[in-house]
Write a protein that binds this ligand. Sequence first.
Ligand code: 8DG
Length: 136
Amino acid sequence: MTDRVVVAGAVYDRGRLLAARRSAPPELAGRWELPGGKVEPGESGEQALVRELREELGVETEPLERIPGEWPLPRGYVLRVWTARLVSGVPAPLQDHDELRWLGPGESGTVDWLEQDLSAVAEAVRRLPGGGGVAR
Ligand SMILES: Nc1nc2c([nH]c(=O)n2[C@H]2C[C@H](O)[C@@H](COP(=O)(O)OP(=O)(O)OP(=O)(O)O)O2)c(=O)[nH]1
């Protein structure tokens, strides 16, 4: 059976992390997530992530590292998360989202994340270049 995998990106730019507010389905609308989507047959996780971020936000990104672990989602899906660098473009809520927000150091707790994203977000913030609370 094909894996049912949702990939999401902890997209960084200038020390900030991108959060996206879902506009659908109704049970998830209004909650914040790391943008991404389902892996299609024949795609790697990284390929799916680059495609989804292009479709949903209109930007080009480069996946950097996988955040260790995976988190169970409804209907047998699992969530896998990568950190990703914004390469070009200005993110816009083209699909699936109605608001985007760049969160600076100390701001990751200011949006209502989906529960299943919380540990990945915490780990992403720790990895935030120059801003996760660990001086480098
Ligand atoms: N993209 C994304 N989806 C998440 C996260 N956390 C989480 O529970 N989900 C759920 C919401 C959705 O039920 C599912 C992802 O579906 P999606 O609707 O974003 O996928 P997709 O863009 O490929 O859309 P489609 O094929 O269903 O039209 O995973 C997350 O951080 N990012």
